[in-house]
Design a protein around this ligand. Sequence first.
Ligand SMILES: Nc1nc2c(ncn2[C@@H]2O[C@H](COP(=O)(O)OP(=O)(O)OP(=O)(O)O)[C@@H](O)[C@H]2O)c(=O)[nH]1
Ligand SMILES: [Mg+2]
Length: 461
Amino acid sequence: MSGKLTGWDDTIVALATPPGLGAIGIIRLSGKNSFTIISQLFPSKDLTDQLSHSLHVGFLKEDDKILDEVVISLYKSPRSYTGEDVIEISGHGSPYVLQQIIDACIKRGARLAKPGEFTQRAFLNGKIDLTQAEAVADLIASNTSISHKAALHNIRGGFSEQLKDLRERLIRFSALVELELDFSQEDVEFADRKQLHDLIEEADQVTVSLISSFKLGNVIRNGISAAIIGKPNAGKSTLLNALLNEERAIVSEMPGTTRDTIEEVINIDGILFRLIDTAGIRQHTNDVIESAGVKRSLDKMKQADLVLYLFDVNAVTKDELLEIEKDLSFQEIKHLLVANKIDVADEMSVKEKFGDISNLLFISAIENRYISNLKERMVNTVLEGRVQIESTIVTNTRHFQALQQLHSSLLDVSKGLTAKIPGDLLAADIRQSLHYLGEISGEVTTEDQLDYIFSKFCIGK
Ligand SMILES: Nc1nc2c(ncn2[C@@H]2O[C@H](COP(=O)(O)OP(=O)(O)OP(=O)(O)O)[C@@H](O)[C@H]2O)c(=O)[nH]1
Ligand SMILES: [Mg+2]
């Protein structure tokens, strides 16, 4: 673990609940002077003398002025979130009152906490590792059932457990290889090369599967952009409204109704889709505004994670559709072909007409028919069949980058083993792998890295 940081010894204070009016507001204090500071403000009993994990109701007073009637929770080191002495003051949720309490604590020696500083202390005191700390921020930011699940899995150490075991075994090998260097005259091998090779292989398998989970992790964290693309009048705006279940976009029988793009977010089965309704794409238009809209549609199509290509089932031939499908596949755009207006078509015969095209489904946007089917296909296309969120999913870019570096350094070790390179070079490669492993869980960090990671937290966490 890295050394103690600047300001480490201070007792810190911050509002832990969102700023603004509320039923209650919670202020947190952490550090060695927490109990003495609060005792100076709480005249009715001596809080330094109370049990850990106990609650106390009473008035907070500064000199003779009553600040608030509050509930105080006490947590004594090391049995607290940060591992230090922690006080939580639940007061009335008036920003004015809460600020007065914070000021009173500061006057008695506390300092305002930096963003994430409570969690940072929990990390530095060994209560949690870095991936768990980061998962705390993810949990706070989670906005769907899936992102919530993924963050909880990591808070409980799911991710770090997997790497910890590998790291410990690799450290043992590293020590043996290093030991050989001390006996370099005598040509001894303490580290069994076959076993080392197996371990490297196992580590790399775990690494590669974590790396590949990041694609889904990104979806969970950032959602999916899904552009509805198609010719004018295909029913794109009607479909947007049907998916949203509200009349968001203007629908009309006039081709070229949507001139600009419209974006709305929906949550389907725990995944956030940013739906984008675009201007209909047609080859020739003399309308300047419409053609600007069309250009934007094509850009949206290229940037989207998923394209819903919508067409009027009565207005497209099979050859045209195959051409479009070929084009989308060629551009490597993930897509679904959505045949609209089956309410005014003969369902049997159109299904027969297009029958064998993959990625195709039929709907009626105006009658809301098969919309749930479409939603299901959207989710499946994104998840690519990976539905069990119980396994670890890498959602964090920092972890992803370290895992990629780990992967390439494991390959170096593996190549070195095959080529039977000298022990000192092998040892250096193993050390490199250990470095990246340690970077993920936080065994190897610098103050700058930590500041960067925790600066993205909210104050009070
Ligand atoms: N019968 C039928 N008509 C539909 C359906 N979906 C849309 N329409 C009609 O098709 C016309 C065009 O619908 P829009 O949603 O405005 O089409 P659009 O693709 O957004 O058109 P532009 O914005 O002009 O590119 C309207 O008259 C809709 O009522 C459907 O499922 N069945
Ligand atoms: Mg439209």
